[in-house]
Design a protein around this ligand. Structure first.
Ligand code: SAH
Length: 348
């Protein structure tokens, strides 16, 4: 069994404790901490530490434990998809996107997912396990180190359901926000959920003004249950009530993600129903033309349907955008990330 501990999984105080137990003074722990959050996850590269200490660190610890198994760069928009191999051999995916305002990482929160949404590539193989805080930090830090740039935004929209890994996700976001780590403001973080109502209510009490995105994808329970099993557990009126509570408590508008699937959820009358339900709430609708996923039969809505849907929402004064599709040529777009194997990633 691997007895090594993950330094990224530790808070600053825990890291000091772990290193003082090995006989190192606190200033050495501080140096290690600074290296880690500068993206140097390989102890060999921590050049201001004595060689003996670097060897000792390698013998007792690791940092995140992620290895880049593959890296794909979109020839269309420069989006990068990273396949990371975790310590236990599982593979997850993360995506780096470049915007005018900076670099944004879309990261995974679990190995696989058990929510079962019919249109999503993360669903078919189910859930293996949740990621640790160290593994989530490892994705952001490894990517930042790889491109040699600061990451300014983080979206928890990769593989997995963040609220099915609630405690680690909250601890991760709090850690990222610290001045002595990446100092990313909560307003530049977005967590997306398929609608786990009790967790949305807890989230409202955390007192961290993170952007909340809800994968809605339908105007009624009847339509929603066709593709999203979670809708059976928490009906839409409960979901919307929880979202409105979040908006009231945090004064942040909630984003509703609506992936438009041809002849499933893209009818004009559905836009009318949705508009009525959202009217007067602090919200924003993000329309996403559904992306193709192997093994599913869903098609993208036509341009005219998308435009009509958008215009109906606008007519009712609901702010709405159509999401730019980044990285679809490397299967890095919404819903295209999946649990992977080394064979598929081309490594063996
Ligand atoms: N499990 C969380 C985090 C995933 S975020 C959630 O459900 O919110 C990824 C977003 O992409 C979600 O809104 C998801 O519903 C959406 N999505 C999944 N498959 C998609 C597809 N094939 N095309 C477009 N969007 C998709």
């Amino acid at each position: 069994m691997d007895e090594k501990q993950d330094l990224l999984d530790m808070t600053y105080d825990e890291l000091i404790k772990a290193l003082t137990q090995l006989g190192y003074p606190a200033f050495r722990a501080k140096q290690v901490y600074q290296w880690l959050y500068a993206g140097q996850l390989d102890f060999e590269g921590m050049t201001n530490l004595p060689k003996e200490m670097r060897e000792k660190l390698s013998a007792c610890f690791y940092a995140g434990g992620l290895k880049v198994a593959n890296r794909l760069v979109s020839s269309v928009d420069g989006t990068r998809k990273y396949l990371f191999e975790l310590k236990d051999g599982n593979i997850i995916e993360s995506v780096l996107m470049k915007y005018e305002y900076g670099y944004s990482v879309c990261l995974s929160t679990q190995v696989g997912c058990r929510m079962g949404c019919a249109f999503c590539a993360s669903s078919p193989l189910g859930l293996v396990r949740s990621l640790t805080v160290g593994e989530m930090l490892g994705q952001v830090l490894s990517i930042s180190h790889d491109i040699g740039e600061r990451i300014s935004h983080v979206v928890l929209m990769g593989i997995g359901e963040p609220f099915d890994n609630y405690d680690n996700v909250i601890a991760f976001m709090r850690r990222l926000n610290r001045e002595d780590t990446l100092n990313i403001s909560f307003r530049k973080m977005t967590v997306s959920t398929c609608g786990i109502v009790p967790k949305i209510l807890s989230f409202a009490q955390e007192d961290i003004p993170v952007n909340l995105a809800i994968s809605l994808h339908a105007p009624t329970d009847e339509v929603r249950t066709k593709t999203m099993p979670v809708a059976r557990k928490w009906p839409m009126d409960e979901l919307l009530a929880a979202c409105n509570a979040y908006a009231r408590t945090t004064s942040r508008r909630v984003t509703y993600e609506y992936s438009l699937i041809k002849d499933v959820n893209d009818f004009p009358e559905y836009a009318e129903i949705l508009a009525k339900k959202l009217k007067g709430t602090l919200c924003h609708v993000n329309l996403i033309p559904v992306n193709t996923v192997e093994g599913t039969t869903f098609d993208k809505s036509t341009r005219s349907r998308i435009e009509a849907f958008k215009q109906i929402l606008e007519k009712h004064h609901i702010t709405v955008t159509v999401r730019r599709e980044l990285g679809s040529d490397i299967m890095a777009a919404c819903g295209q990330l999946r649990r992977n194997t080394l064979v598929e990633s081309g490594k063996v």
